[in-house]
Design a binder for this molecule. Structure first.
Ligand SMILES: [Zn+2]
Length: 81
């Protein structure tokens, strides 16, 4: 079973999205939308796509901190008897 992986990039002429296999990256093709020759560029990760990652990391730290505080409290409780 093979998984079809495609990259999407905007056409440099009409800005329509073109889907292409990764091995076509860097090649010139005729845009199916505007029929102009366009260069297939490697996809760029938009800045907004990186935000959820940071948020996830922050959330993870918060959860870990809460867990560590809880654990410390339990340890203290055990120490006190
Ligand atoms: Zn185009």
């Amino acid at each position: 079973m093979s998984v079809l992986v495609t990259i999407k990039c905007p056409c440099s002429t009409c800005n329509e999205r073109i889907e292409y296999p990764p091995d076509m990256c860097g090649k010139q093709i005729t845009c199916p939308h505007c029929q102009q020759v366009t260069l297939l560029l490697a996809p760029q990760i938009p800045p907004e796509a990186q935000v959820p990652l940071d948020e996830a990391r922050l959330k993870h730290n918060e959860v870990r901190e809460a867990f560590e505080i809880e654990r410390d409290e339990k340890i203290e409780a055990i120490k006190k008897g």
